[in-house]
Design a protein around this ligand. Structure first.
Ligand code: SF4
Ligand code: SF4
Length: 112
């Protein structure tokens, strides 16, 4: 199994998760992060740290799409290990749903 980043991260991107991951397996897109499923050691430390509750174990139902997205983009986006500044409207975006269809961007972030 692995943990995966899901819809709630999009345009929230608080980055609290990257500070606690013992194996530095987060990767940064323009407006969300993903986990590399091959590198994640399933420790679960990041899950309660996410203010948006975007991180879930892939054992939960219906996460196949997110597992695939995390795998795909962790191979394309740069690694991130240091918390940066969240988007100015991150708190407002936290209440939104179905953010993938509205806002997902395949563009890479800057990494750090
Ligand atoms: S803490 Fe949650 S919302 Fe923030 S970047 Fe990590 S996964 Fe995304
Ligand atoms: S479960 Fe552990 S290893 Fe996997 S992404 Fe979260 S903190 Fe990193």
């Amino acid at each position: 199994m692995t943990y995966v980043v899901t819809d709630a991260c999009i345009r929230c991107k608080y980055m609290d998760c990257v500070e606690v991951c013992p194996v530095d397996c987060f990767y940064e897109g323009e407006n969300m992060l993903v986990i590399n499923p091959s590198e994640c050691i399933d420790c679960g430390v990041c899950e309660p740290e996410c203010p948006a509750e975007a991180i879930l174990p892939d054992t939960e139902n219906g996460l196949e799409k997110w597992l695939e997205l995390n795998r795909t983009y962790s191979e394309q986006w740069p690694n991130i290990t240091t918390k940066g500044e969240a988007p100015a409207d991150a708190d407002a975006m936290k209440a939104e749903t179905d953010k993938f269809d509205k806002y997902f961007s395949p563009n890479p972030g800057s990494g750090s």
